[in-house]
Design a protein around this ligand. Sequence first.
Ligand code: SIN
Ligand code: FE2
Length: 222
Amino acid sequence: MPSNFTAELFGDPELQQAPRTEQIGPQSFVLRGFALPWVERLLPALRGVLRAAPFRQMVTPGGFTMSVGLSSCGQLGWTTDRSGYRYTAIDPQSGQPWPAMPEVLHELAQAAATQAGFAGFDPDACLINHYVPGARMSLHQDKDERDYHAPIVSVSLGLPAVFQLGGDRRSDRPLRVPLLHGDVVVWGGVDRLRYHGVLPLKEGTHPLLGPQRINLTFRRAG
Ligand code: SIN
Ligand code: FE2
C-alpha cells in the first residue's frame, strides 16, 4: 500500500470507502462511512454547540488531567472532576444548561443504532471528545448511565484513530479497530459494558477538520 494512500483516500471522495457493516462482537458493529452523508449538515451544528460549550480539559477523580478535551450537548452532559464521574444538566463551566442536541445529530445516532439492530434509540446525551495528536483514551467502561438497555453510538470525524474493543474485564486483550472519518461504532446488548479505548492519535492533517479528531458518543443516560 503506498504511503500516501490515506491522504488520497481522504482527498478524493470517489475513493472514500463504500458504506458497509463490520461485526466486531456479538452486538458490536462498525458502520463504515455511515456518517458521511450527514457531515455537511453536522459540522455547522457542531460548531454552534462548541461556541456555547467549548472543549475543556477535565480532571479524573484520581487527579489526572485528561489528554482528550471534552464537551457535551443534550439534556445531560458527562463530566468528571476530583469528586467523581457523573451526568449533569448544567455545564459546570458556563453555569448554563448544556446546548440542546441538534436534530441532525439525534437523527444520525438513531439511524446508526437502527442499522445495528437497536431500533428506537433516543439519546439524551452526546459527549464530544476532542483528540489532538498524542491524545488517547485509556480502557474504560461506559457505566454512568442509569440503565444499560440502550446502546452506545460513537461517531468518528477527522483524523484516523485506533479504537480498542476489550471484553468485560479490563485484563481481556482488546481488539484493535482502525476508525476513519465518517465511521460509526455501535455496541449494546451483551456487549454494552465492554471495555474500550483509543490509542494515542497519530500526527496528521485531515482535509476537512485539520490536525484533530472529534468523536461524538451518544448515550441514553437519564
Ligand atoms: C469514548 O469511549 O468516550 C471515546 C471513544 C472514541 O473516541 O472513539
Ligand atoms: Fe467510552
